[in-house]
Write a new protein. Sequence first.
Length: 328
Amino acid sequence: MWHRNIVETIGHTPLVQLNKLAKNVPAPVLIKLESFNPGGSVKDRIGHAMIQAAEESGQLKPGGILVEATSGNTGTGIVQAARIKGYRCIFTVTEKVSREKQDLLTAFGAELVLCPLDVPPEDPRSYYSVAQKIAMETPGAIYLNQYYNEANVQAHYSSTGPEIWQQTEGRITHFFATASTGGTISGSARYLKEKNKNIQVIGVDPCGSSYHKYFHEGVIDSDEVYSHQIEGAGKEYLAGNMHMELLNDYTRTSDREAMRMARRLAKEEGVFAGQSSGLALAGALEWLEQRGQEISQDSLVVVLLPDSGMKYISKTFNDDWLKEKDLF
């Protein structure tokens, strides 16, 4: 049986057991490979879902224009669905977004607006503000706003969470994921905890992001929020789709450890994953090894890896770039 279009291939990504990297963890550690989605990331799930929700609400009209602020992956998820439905896409991106992701977006026909990186969200030059301005000033355009769009959370509640539950036959005890918009971890956690309230959900934050401290202390400390190299993980403010009440703990990891783990994944497990994937796994393994007394042979750990290393050839897998950023 064939698929009628590329959107129908989204989801049902595989779970793969780690054999070398998790040797110090007494329980099986499984990685969910979201790079198997057609656009190469977990964000394929929300791109189509947000478009569908906008159509159903009447906000998006035939021939409309989709505007979004993206670090690349959400834009890819949006534009691949938009190509099928005949929508034009305008995306704002920061200077941090890899060349590979920018080229991928333009290959799909998206229009990119490059914005400065180190400006606060409310600054009129920020990629959030520019996206809102474009949507307001462009006839027929809507701003999807993945950070506050409930369809983001719902997409993972309806797909990612159920997939993990079914693939583990309900045996999952620990779930690790990074967060930026909060949709992946919040939607998945909501479903999994409805199935078993004892499942532990742990977020992994990059150093420089606000989420780790906000979870533990309930504050955003501007002195601890700074630019980091991980794309698509962490946030300088609390996104509307980030539901901290669904999480049991939050850990954090440095850029260097995340990059190293992504490279180790390729060399030791044959898995070519991106920066935020390295972040998720580095944080998960450190958390698990520090809390070994809480982990038994009956535990079952799932770590969600958001995207592919193919999108970071010029960065994470480039020795010169790592040396330039003092991350080698």
